[in-house]
Design a protein around this ligand. Structure first.
Ligand SMILES: [Zn+2]
Ligand SMILES: [Zn+2]
Length: 287
């Protein structure tokens, strides 16, 4: 397994954490994934929902100096709430870079300062002890030694990134908050075309599937997709693995099991793998 890229899913819930017995199998923590690249010491993380706290606790245990890059899709609470609970931020040996797209002209550091202002939380960003470089990620491709990152704008209620990580030719797309139009033939065609071109041929697409189609019809414009439309719009694009995420907090394990079994009956013709993902799961690439 050491030669494989690993994606660990630390939080797959959307909107708000839910620590209820009926949510435990799929998990109650919000958006956070970690991508481990063979031979790379630095950590690669996307989103800082409440799952980010558990990730930090694990990283903290080895006592070494840590370095990492963190890509936040957008600053909604469910993607940022774990941020100040990440223990490695409280150790001066550690060094992190945080990337986020601008919010109507406001940059990454200012947004984080706002979230960690005294009205909302007792710890301000200046009280974090690790080195923390906040970088506003304008629309462009960033090339690092082991991987590149680019993004397209999601269809969401605030400026939100759909991230594409390319690592040794392996493409991982992370789109936890993105509303694909329910009427795929006539709504927002330019966006749909851009989205389909962006995700085409990906090894893994981790995509928002907060609703069923029936629920989505009642929640148009809320910024989230239904799982049926995600499949309709991606099934002919040569995507190897489809991972549905950002589960609605009111979707119990039983509800998500039912969706998973519906997907199981159609996936084999379109994807090598298609699942409703669970917190704690690890994906290995290429498999
Ligand atoms: Zn969200
Ligand atoms: Zn959001």
């Amino acid at each position: 397994m050491e030669s494989n890229i690993k994606i660990k899913l630390w939080g797959v819930r959307g909107s708000t954490p839910c620590a209820n017995p009926e949510n435990m199998r799929y998990g109650g923590n919000t958006s956070c994934i970690q991508i481990s690249v063979p031979g790379m010491d630095e950590f690669l993380i996307a989103d800082c929902g409440t799952g980010f706290r558990n990730l930090g606790n694990e990283l903290d245990s080895n006592g070494k100096s840590l370095m990492g890059k963190i890509f936040i899709t957008h600053p909604h609470w469910d993607h940022l709430q774990g941020f100040p609970f990440f223990k490695p931020f409280y150790d001066s040996k550690n060094c992190f870079e945080v990337y986020m797209p601008p919010q109507d002209g406001v940059g990454c550091k200012e947004i984080l300062q706002g979230h960690l202002s005294n009205t909302f939380f007792p710890v301000s960003i200046d009280m974090l002890e690790s080195e923390l470089d906040c970088i506003t990620f304008e629309k462009a491709k960033l090339d690092f030694a082991e991987y590149s990152v680019e993004f397209m704008w999601a269809n969401h209620t605030v400026p939100t990134a759909i991230y594409k990580f390319t690592i040794n030719g392996i493409v991982i797309i992370f789109a936890p908050d993105n509303e694909l139009p329910i009427n795929i033939d006539s709504d927002n065609k330019a966006f749909v075309d851009e989205f389909r071109a962006f995700v085409k041929g990906a090894n893994v697409l981790i995509h928002d599937a907060q609703f069923t189609k029936e629920q989505h019809e009642q929640r148009l414009g809320w910024g989230h997709s239904n799982w049926e439309t995600v499949i309709d719009l991606t099934k002919d694009l040569g995507i190897r693995r489809l991972c549905l995420t950002h589960h609605d907090p009111d979707h119990s394990d039983d509800t998500l099991d039912r969706i998973n079994s519906k997907i199981a009956s159609i996936k084999s013709s379109f994807y090598e793998e298609a699942t409703v993902i669970q917190e704690g799961q690890e994906l290995y690439l290429p498999n």
